[in-house]
Design a protein around this ligand. Structure first.
Ligand code: NAP
Ligand code: HSE
Length: 428
C-alpha cells in the first residue's frame, strides 16, 4: 500500500463535519478503494471550544486556516469555510503555493476566482478539485469532465439551488405567497446566512458559471450571466402556469452560440410533465447535452451534510489514486475568453397582465403584440373584479427583442394596470 494521503480540513460546519464522519466511519473501505490510507492531520475553524458532535482531540488544531494550509504534514488542503474572499481564498492560495492539492466545495470562490486559482494550481503542478461545489451530491463535474469527454457539449441546464426549488414547490402545494414561504424557509434554516445568495439566484449562477467553463472550454465568467432571482414570482403566476400545464423553476441555461456564450439564470416555465417540471422540493437536477450522447439527466440531493461530504470525498479519493489534470478540463492557459451573448433564440413566452376592463382593451394589447411580430398561441381571461381584467397569454415562439418591443409599446396603450409579467417557456 502507498503512503497515507494526509488531509487538513478548514471549516468544521455542515460539510466539514460530514467529511470527518466519512473518514472515520469508512477508513478501511476508502483505503481498499484507493490503495492508501486517508488520514486527517489537522483541522481549523473559528471556535475551538464548540461541541461539533464528533471528537476532535486526535487532530491538531489551527486557529488560522492559512497556517493549516502550509503545514508539512498535510498533502491535501480541504477548504470548507465558504465565501469568495477572506480566509477561504487566502488559505487556498497558500495551500497551492505550498505545493498542496486542494479540494473545495466553495462555488463562490471558483465562480469569482476560478481562472487565477486554476492557473496557480497548474503552474504549481497541483490539482484543485470541486465536485461538491455544483449540485451537492450529484457527480456533475465528473460527468462533464470524464463521462462526456468525447462530446462537444451543446447545452447545460439545471435547477441548482434547492432552497429556491423548495420555495417555489411549497408556494404551489400550500398555496402560500412568496413572502410567507420565504419566512418559513428562513425559519427552518434552509437559506444561506445571506438569503439573497439563494433567492437572488446568485448561488445557482455561481454553479452555472463553473459548469459553463467545463462544458465550453471557456474562462469562468460569472459576470456574463443574465441573472434574475425568484423574488418577483407570485402565487398568481404559479397558479396560472399550473393551469396552463407548466411549473415555474429557477432554471440555469448555458449554451455556446455563434454570437458568444449565452448564460442565464432566471425563473422560467417548463412543461409540468418534463423531468424538470416534476422536480419538487430541495432536489437538484442537471441536464447535459452533447453531440454524441444526446441528453443525460442527473437528479439528486444538492445540499446537506451527507450529500456534500460525499462529493468532497470523491475528489479526495481521486487525488489518493493519483488523478491529475487541468482544473476546468482544458489547461487554464488555453481556456478561451468568451463573449457574453444575450438570449436571442426564439421561445414561447408566458405573459400575465391586468387590463382596464373596458371595450377594446384586449384588442389594443393583441394589436401591439401583432405589430411587434408576436403571435398569440393561447389566451385566458378570468377572475375580473369591478374594474380590472387579469389576462394570461402564451405566445408562439418569438425573439426576446420582439417581446421587449411589444412590452415597451404596451405601456403607452393606456389599458394596462401595473407592469406585465413575462417569463420564458423553456424547451426541456
Ligand atoms: P458552515 O456550516 O457555515 O461552516 C463553515 C465553517 O467554516 C465553520 O466551521 C466555521 O467555524 C468555519 N470558519 C469560518 N470562518 C473561518 C475562519 N476565518 N477560519 C477558520 N474557519 C472558519 O458552512 P457549510 O454549510 O459547511 O459550507 C461550507 C462550504 O461548502 C461553503 O463554501 C458552501 O458554499 C459549500 N457548500 C455547502 C453545502 C451545504 O449543504 N451546506 C452544499 C454545497 C456546498 P466555526 O464553526 O467555528 O464557526
Ligand atoms: N443554498 C444552496 C441550495 C446550498 O439551496 O442549494 C447548496 O449549494
Amino acid at each position: 500500500m502507498s503512503a497515507p494521503l494526509r488531509l487538513g480540513i478548514a471549516g468544521l460546519g455542515t460539510v466539514g463535519i460530514g467529511v470527518l464522519r466519512i473518514i472515520r466511519q469508512h477508513s478501511e473501505m476508502l483505503a481498499a478503494r484507493t490503495g492508501r490510507e486517508i488520514t486527517l492531520s489537522a483541522v481549523s475553524a473559528r471556535d475551538k471550544s464548540k461541541d461539533r458532535g464528533v471528537p476532535l482531540d486526535r487532530y491538531d488544531w489551527e486557529d488560522d486556516p492559512v497556517a493549516l494550509a502550509r503545514r508539512d504534514d498535510i498533502d491535501v488542503f480541504v477548504e470548507l469555510i465558504g465565501g469568495h474572499d477572506g480566509p477561504a481564498r487566502q488559505a487556498v492560495e497558500a495551500a497551492l503555493a505550498a505545493g498542496k492539492d486542494v479540494v473545495t466545495a466553495n462555488k463562490a470562490l471558483l465562480a469569482i476566482h476560478g481562472q487565477s486559482l486554476a492557473e496557480a494550481a497548474e503552474n504549481a503542478g497541483r490539482t484543485l478539485r470541486y465536485e461538491a461545489a455544483v449540485a451537492g451530491g450529484i457527480p456533475v463535474i465528473k460527468s462533464l469532465m470524464e463521462g462526456l469527454a468525447g462530446n462537444d457539449v451543446t447545452r447545460v441546464m439545471g435547477v441548482m439551488n434547492g432552497s429556491c426549488n423548495y420555495i417555489l414547490t411549497r408556494m404551489e402545494t400550500a398555496g402560500l405567497s412568496y413572502a410567507e414561504v420565504f419566512a418559513e424557509a428562513d425559519g427552518l434554516g434552509y437559506l444561506e446566512a445571506d438569503p439573497q445568495l439563494d433567492v437572488g439566484g446568485i448561488d445557482a449562477a455561481h454553479k452555472l458559471a463553473i459548469l459553463s467553463s467545463l462544458a465550453f472550454g471557456t474562462r469562468v465568467d460569472f459576470d456574463g450571466i443574465a441573472l434574475e432571482g425568484i423574488d418577483r414570482v407570485s402565487i398568481d403566476d404559479i397558479r396560472a402556469a399550473a393551469d396552463m400545464g407548466y411549473k415555474i423553476k429557477l432554471l440555469g441555461v448555458a449554451q455556446m452560440t455563434g454570437r458568444g456564450l449565452e448564460q442565464r439564470m432566471q425563473p422560467c416555465l417548463v412543461p409540468d410533465t418534463s423531468p424538470l417540471g416534476q422536480l419538487d422540493g430541495g432536489t437538484n437536477m442537471v441536464v447535459l447535452e452533447g453531440d454524441a450522447v444526446g441528453q443525460i439527466v442527473l437528479r439528486g440531493p444538492g445540499a446537506g451534510e451527507g450529500p456534500t461530504a460525499s462529493a468532497v470525498m470523491a475528489d479526495v479519493c481521486d487525488i489518493a489514486k493519483g488523478a491529475r489534470g487541468p482544473v476546468f478540463g482544458f489547461p487554464a492557459a488555453q481556456l478561451k475568453t468568451s463573449t457574453p451573448a444575450r438570449a436571442q433564440m426564439p421561445a414561447p413566452y408566458y405573459l400575465r397582465m391586468s387590463l382596464e376592463d373596458k371595450p377594446g382593451a384586449l384588442a389594443k394589447i393583441a394589436s401591439v403584440l401583432g405589430e411587434a411580430g408576436v403571435s398569440i398561441d393561447r389566451m385566458r381571461q378570468y377572475g375580473h373584479d369591478d374594474t380590472k381584467a387579469p389576462v394570461l397569454i402564451v405566445t408562439h415562439k418569438t425573439t426576446p427583442d420582439a417581446l421587449n418591443t411589444a412590452l415597451a409599446e404596451m405601456n403607452s396603450t393606456g389599458v394596462l394596470s401595473g407592469t406585465p409579467v413575462a417569463l420564458r417557456i423553456e424547451a426541456v
